[in-house]
Design a protein around this ligand. Structure first.
Ligand SMILES: Nc1ncnc2c1ncn2[C@@H]1O[C@H](COP(=O)(O)OP(=O)(O)OP(=O)(O)OP(=O)(O)OP(=O)(O)OC[C@H]2O[C@@H](n3cnc4c(N)ncnc43)[C@H](O)[C@@H]2O)[C@@H](O)[C@H]1O
Length: 149
């Protein structure tokens, strides 16, 4: 059986810039990824995403504006076995809130879209960041065009 994981692509708005959070693994090939982790038996994907984000970055659900209806899924192989990772997009309400790392990561970076894509490296992850970025821009555009005073 393959592995299943879930997490959040987190972004913040700082000085007019959209920045994505990436964490550097303290093990294996020291890869960079958004907060995420293994789905425990009996746990639903969204609960896993919240739990892992608390464990790996220190953020609670109340700290986030979550794009609940539009998760994206990555499928790849780890050591010859299929892995599925479900990501939701979420914005950090307070862009200055501190990230609290766990032992699973040694470093963090908040990066604008193109630098975040370069940092994650994997093509499917880059496509996901691009799609999420489009979502943010579309939501922003619709807000601007809503005719509200
Ligand atoms: N490899 C490891 N060695 C030692 N301890 C470990 C470990 N992985 C987890 N642990 C430990 O296990 C415990 C439970 O962790 P927990 O977080 O509960 O479970 P997990 O499934 O291990 O968590 P992740 O899915 O975040 O693991 P990962 O970082 O290995 O996965 P990723 O897919 O990014 O990365 C897996 C591989 O896939 C590669 N990869 C990532 N994204 C892609 C992609 N899009 N396409 C192709 N390859 C990719 C990465 O470069 C990497 O090589 C923790 O204590 C943790 O420290």
């Amino acid at each position: 059986m393959g592995k299943r994981a879930a997490g959040f692509v987190l972004f913040r708005r700082l000085c007019g810039e959209i920045q994505y959070l990436l964490l550097k693994a303290s093990y294996g090939d020291f890869h960079w990824s958004a907060p995420k982790g293994h789905v425990d038996p009996g746990e639903d994907d969204f609960t896993t995403a919240l739990r892992e984000t608390k464990e790996e970055a220190g953020f609670d659900e109340k700290d986030l504006i979550i794009y609940r209806d539009t998760p994206l899924t990555l499928n790849y192989e780890v050591k010859g076995k299929p892995k599925v990772v479900i990501y939701w997009l979420a914005e950090l309400r307070n862009p200055n809130q501190e990230v609290i790392l766990s032992e699973e990561h040694t470093e963090l970076k908040w990066l604008p879209k193109d630098a975040a894509k370069e940092c994650v490296g994997f093509k499917d992850n880059q496509v996901m960041i691009e799609k999420f970025h489009e979502m943010i821009l579309n939501v922003d555009k619709n807000r601007t065009n809503c005719g509200c005073p």
